[in-house]
Write a protein that binds this ligand. Structure first.
Ligand code: HEM
Ligand code: NAG
Ligand code: NAG
Ligand code: NAG
Length: 509
């Protein structure tokens, strides 16, 4: 749906009526500007009023589900909430108040009722205006039908990431077949066999980070250095290098650009039809093309120079010759960009949060330190991945950080398509045109699945005897039974066929 159709459907009808009236009255009531404006006002107000009444009425398909009035009325409310950066906290409050399922919004914009004109006018129609109703569900019985087998396809929130005709990256592909096809090279690129090849690159970047920290004295913004490390490594993976933030700082401003552009799609995801306007605002969305040009340059250079190492690009560009058809260059580039966008901020945030929690809790810090000292002598190479597997406290710290601060706190949206029949997920009926999210942050802090959810306790991830040894107060044999620890409700990487392909790589980092 393009802006012209938006415009037309708001103004065409009242203006036409005004004209008709002027015509019928034989010039007795001439068509004046103010007359037209009156018609437009009345028309729009009637629309808003009738749409609002419908959304609150018992005739609405989601009327059976509870939720705040503002959410039922318009998705603009959730846009406002997410622009404040505390969307996940808001979801948590909603679930505390309303239970396992909450209606979090609806943005079935007026235009969606205007099929004939959209059919005729929509050219290159990438943004689907007919947005769905949306539910947030934290009942685990819904998770597996929602994300797992016969899962629902991705929801319209991903359209908020497009601002024009650019190629959809894997994460935004809503068609299940197309998604499965596009995901194949990713699965090879991030599978166990390929990961072995990335170890030296990761090792080198990790050394660079440590060196850089050693050279700095005084106060350090650890989160920024970690983020530089993650971006550097991911750009190595995506395009065979090009960032070098640890060495040069943010010379061409891409880090700031990418870092600051993360919230926008989240906000626009609530009302994808707005993204095309956003992209047209002066000074907004204009830096992304610059980055895309940069990515294009990196990819070109990479292709002309040939690969020196097997990285993710090697697979995405089908250099292993596995795919019968060579993917178009723009698809490969969108993939490279996605590696940086999906892989850097997530891992950087997970690592920063882990360090933050350790620095806040000296008990946990000392225990981890003890474990590291046990496995490595001073001067040893600590990046030995095989050894990490046998370090239960380290793995506990990682999972506990991901539990308390999942880097994708609101989860991925799925939707029952508009023309599809109602589907039953667990014990909920999901009518066609309904989107569903599982807010991971809320799920991870649900005391029914994790006792003492607000406490950072890596021990909860350890084996019964190890944790009883460390925290006898909580985990001694007669007490452990009353401590709930339900790892199936732990889904920082989502689950199912669209879960995070980069999961194993992320654990290595
Ligand atoms: C701690 C780190 C990470 C977390 C918590 C994380 C989380 C997630 C989640 C929750 C999704 C699913 C979104 C949905 O359900 O729609 C996802 C998808 C994805 N992630 Fe990650 N991610 C992390 C690191 C990475 C890394 C290192 C890569 C490497 C390139 C990566 C690449 C991707 C891609 C390509 C997708 C889209 C998959 C698809 O649609 O099939 N992620 N991630
Ligand atoms: C998490 O808690 C819910 C609600 O009490 C419960 O029904 C569910 O079984 C628990 N999760 C899992 C995966 O067992
Ligand atoms: C610090 O960590 C220990 C060990 O995991 C845990 O028992 C304790 O509750 C934590 N303290 C705080 C304030 O989170
Ligand atoms: C951490 O979580 C992952 C799932 O994301 C799981 O496979 C792994 O076993 C967990 N680690 C520990 C130590 O429980």
């Amino acid at each position: 749906m393009n802006p012209f159709t938006h415009f037309l459907s708001i103004f065409a009808a009242p203006v036409a009526i005004a004209r008709l009236q002027a015509h019928l009255s034989n010039g007795f009531l001439p068509m004046t500007t103010s007359g037209c404006l009156q018609f437009i006002c009345v028309y729009v107000m009637t629309l808003v009023l009738s749409v609002s009444t419908y959304r609150l009425s018992p005739f609405h398909p989601l009327a059976q589900y509870p939720g705040p009035v503002l959410c039922k009325l318009s998705k603009l409310w959730m846009m406002y909430i997410s622009s404040q950066g505390k969307q996940h906290i808001y979801y948590q409050a909603l679930h505390r108040r309303y239970g396992d399922v909450v209606r979090i919004g609806k943005f079935e914009f007026i235009i969606s009722n205007c099929r004939p004109c959209s059919g005729a006018l929509a050219v290159n129609n990438t943004v689907n205006v007919a947005g769905p109703n949306e539910l947030s569900i934290i009942d685990p019985s819904v998770m597996s039908p929602l994300y797992g087998q016969n899962e629902l396809p991705k929801g319209p929130m991903w359209d908020g990431r497009l601002s024009g005709g650019q190629t959809r990256s894997l994460v935004a592909v809503r068609d299940l077949h197309e998604h499965a096809r596009r995901r194949k090279p990713w699965a090879r690129a991030l599978g166990t066999a390929a990961l072995k090849n990335y170890e030296p690159i990761m090792k080198q970047r990790a050394h660079e980070l440590v060196e850089r920290l050693e050279r700095t004295d005084g106060r350090v913004d650890l989160a920024e250095f970690i983020s530089f490390f993650a971006y550097d490594f991911m750009s190595d993976m995506a395009f065979g290098g090009g960032f070098d933030l640890l060495k040069n700082g943010d010379k061409n401003g891409f880090w700031r650009l990418l870092d600051s552009s993360v919230p926008t799609p989240t906000i626009l995801g609530h009302a994808p039809w707005l993204s095309q306007y956003y992209a047209r605002l002066p000074g907004k969305g204009t830096t992304m093309p610059e980055f895309r040009a940069f990515a294009y340059g990196c990819a070109q250079k990479r292709i002309s120079e040939g690969s020196t190492a097997k990285d993710i690009f090697y697979y995405l560009n089908n250099e292993d010759g596995h795919e019968p058809v060579q993917p178009p260059l723009r698809e490969v580039i969108s993939g490279g960009t996605l590696v940086i966008v999906a892989g850097s901020d997530t891992t950087a945030s997970a690592l920063s949060n882990a360090f933050y929690m350790l620095l806040c809790n000296s008990t946990a810090y000392k225990r981890l330190r003890g474990e590291i000292d046990k496995h490595f002598a001073p001067g040893d190479d600590v990046s030995d991945v095989a050894k990490h597997l046998n370090m239960p406290y380290l793995n506990g710290v990682i999972n506990e950080s991901l539990r308390m601060f999942p880097p994708v706190p609101s989860g991925g949206q799925r939707a029952n398509p508009h023309d599809a029949p109602t589907q039953i997920l667990g014990s909920y009926a999901i009518p066609g045109g309904t989107s569903v999210i599982t807010p991971i942050y809320v799920l991870h802090r649900d005391p029914r699945n994790f006792s003492e959810p607000e406490t950072f306790m890596p021990e909860r991830w350890m084996s019964p005897d190890l944790r009883a040894q460390l925290e006898p107060e909580i985990f001694s044999e007669n007490k452990a039974a009353s401590f709930v620890h339900e790892p199936t409700a732990f889904i920082p990487f989502s689950i199912g066929s669209s879960n995070c392909v980069g999961k194993s790589l992320a654990y290595q980092m």
